[in-house]
Design a protein around this ligand. Structure first.
Ligand SMILES: [Zn+2]
Length: 230
């Protein structure tokens, strides 16, 4: 292994371990469920959570490095039982640099009923560009979950899919973006649940959803100055 790859893996082990703290901070996971992974840029490798380790004990040194077939390349622990699904997403979607899986309560309640979350909120238009879609039912173990995630998200604006009777998978350009999508998905699902409980949500015009999404994705937030401005 080159010194450069070793340094890259150390950095990703640290960031993936730390990002798991966001899943507990936002109440998205119970016991040892849920997982975060990151693609190793330029390599057919990923860094993922070990299976069955308490969240309090997750640390850079117990993260697992796998190839994109889910086989362990470096690490002392078995990787997450969802490794095959993460690996399938990285193989099929080269633009994806991070994947997150949770059974967060409100979003999973929509998944249990097989209902996508329609877009009735500006925050949902910003982050998801429309509905948060439902993916198929799939059993854990082979490529079925990964196939269902990719088939649902390919060509969709949403970085989150509600896998039927199961839970949430999110993608991002890196692991932090995928974690943000998981946090926002649960926030939206909760508000959508409360809205449905209170009555009928008001519709939003598709053109307004498009405009919000375009602005948020391209204008919102801190922009690093372009080289021309120096
Ligand atoms: Zn699961």
């Amino acid at each position: 292994m080159s010194a450069e790859l070793g340094q890259q893996l150390r950095g990703l082990r640290e960031s993936v371990a730390r990002l798991h703290g966001e899943l507990t901070r936002y109440g998205l996971v119970a016991w040892t469920s849920g997982n975060v992974s990151a693609r190793v840029p330029g390599q057919d490798l990923m860094v993922i959570k070990p299976s069955g380790i308490d969240y309090d004990d997750l640390a850079p040194e117990n993260m697992v490095v796998c190839d994109l077939d889910g086989l362990v390349v470096e690490g002392d622990f078995a990787p997450s039982s969802d490794t095959a699904a993460h690996a399938y997403v990285y193989r099929a979607m080269p633009e994806v640099g991070g994947v997150v899986h949770t059974h967060s309560g409100y979003a999973t309640a929509w998944a249990a009923r097989g209902e996508s979350i329609p877009c009735h909120l500006t925050a949902q238009a910003d982050e998801f560009g429309g509905e948060i879609p439902i993916g198929p039912f799939a059993l854990i173990g082979g490529d079925d979950i990964g196939k269902g995630i990719v088939a649902t998200l390919a060509g969709h604006r949403s970085p989150a899919v509600l896998m039927r009777n199961h839970g949430v998978f999110t993608i991002g350009r890196d692991a932090r973006a995928a974690v943000k999508a998981a946090v926002m998905c649960e926030d939206i699902a909760r508000t959508a649940h409360l809205t449905r409980a209170l009555g009928e949500p008001l519709p939003m015009a598709p053109a307004d959803i498009d405009a919000l999404y375009e602005r948020y994705q391209n204008v919102y937030g801190q922009r690093s100055p372009s080289p021309a401005s120096h």
